[in-house]
Design a protein around this ligand. Structure first.
Ligand SMILES: [Zn+2]
Length: 279
């Protein structure tokens, strides 16, 4: 088992979070991967940082996933969100739409089965005992209502660097933000435990799973932004070279593309984290 993470910018705290737990029973374990959502620069109703939030939530997920095997993974997530909300309910406005929040990948295994949960746009890759790689994705962010997607298409059709494009991108972002943790929109772990029921979940017999990999979108860029290969190719690279190598390849691609071509969709470098677990 290996994990690696790298901040998108050396002067800013890394808002990704990754952990592995291998409890002493020796029969199983869990992995946690979070991608904290960076809020806009203005105040967001909370005294705390995004990395405070991911440390609280990630710590609770790691603990509850192995100490409370009687709970389902959505119940583990709901309790972890509740515990984190309780830690700042008295000082902060948890109803603010940009209260600290994160994407979640959570997987837990024992001798019999592997359970998983994915919420928002971090990816879980499952390698079967037959070698086939299946991505588990929550694709709600890619399937926004047509009126919002049209705003995005319109923005992309305008000349790079033009004021019109800047305005259109702004309008698109406002429309996307309105769908955050809203019906017909997309969901992240924030302060409301009920969001856990929205996660993509499943379970497989342990004998049918050879390995798992979890990636935040900063590392998933290798597939999703740079088209260097499929998720199966990405998995093969992780198996051969490990998480650190994948992140280094993404950083090299970011630098190369930034110097040679059009501006990036969001930002030049993003926090990146990868967990790889082979059974
Ligand atoms: Zn707070």
């Amino acid at each position: 088992m290996e994990l690696a993470t790298d901040p998108g910018h050396p002067d800013r705290p890394n808002e990704d979070y990754a952990s592995l737990a291998l409890p002493a029973s020796g029969q199983g374990g869990s992995l946690v991967l979070l991608d904290g959502v960076t809020p806009p620069a203005d105040a967001y109703g909370c005294l705390h940082s995004v990395h405070w939030y991911t440390a609280q939530l990630g710590g609770a997920l790691g603990e509850l996933s192995v100490s409370r095997r009687d709970l389902t993974l959505p119940d583990v997530l709901a309790q972890a969100i509740g515990r984190t909300a309780d830690a700042h309910r008295d000082t902060c406005d948890l109803s603010h739409p940009r209260t600290p929040q994160a994407t979640v990948v959570l997987a837990r295994w024992d001798a019999d089965r592997v359970e998983y949960l994915v919420l928002s746009d971090s990816a879980l890759l499952v390698e079967g005992s037959d070698g086939e790689v299946t991505p588990v994705l929550d694709d709600r962010l890619d399937t926004l209502p047509p009126r919002v997607r049209h705003l995005g298409d319109a923005a992309r059709s305008l000349p790079d660097g033009s004021p019109e494009r800047t305005d259109a991108v702004g309008a698109y972002r406002v429309a996307v933000e309105a769908l955050r943790n809203a019906e017909d929109g997309f969901f992240t772990a924030a302060a409301d435990p009920s969001v856990a029921a929205r996660a993509v979940t499943g379970a497989l017999p342990r004998a049918e799973v050879a390995a798992l990999a979890a990636l935040t979108d900063g590392a998933g860029r290798w597939v999703e932004m740079f088209d260097e290969g499929s998720w199966a190719d990405c998995f093969a690279l992780l198996r051969k070279e490990g998480p650190r190598s994948l992140i280094e390849r993404v950083r090299a691609l970011e630098t190369e593309r930034a110097e040679s071509g059009p501006a990036f969709r969001w930002k030049r470098h993003d926090d990146a984290a990868v967990v790889f677990a082979e059974f």
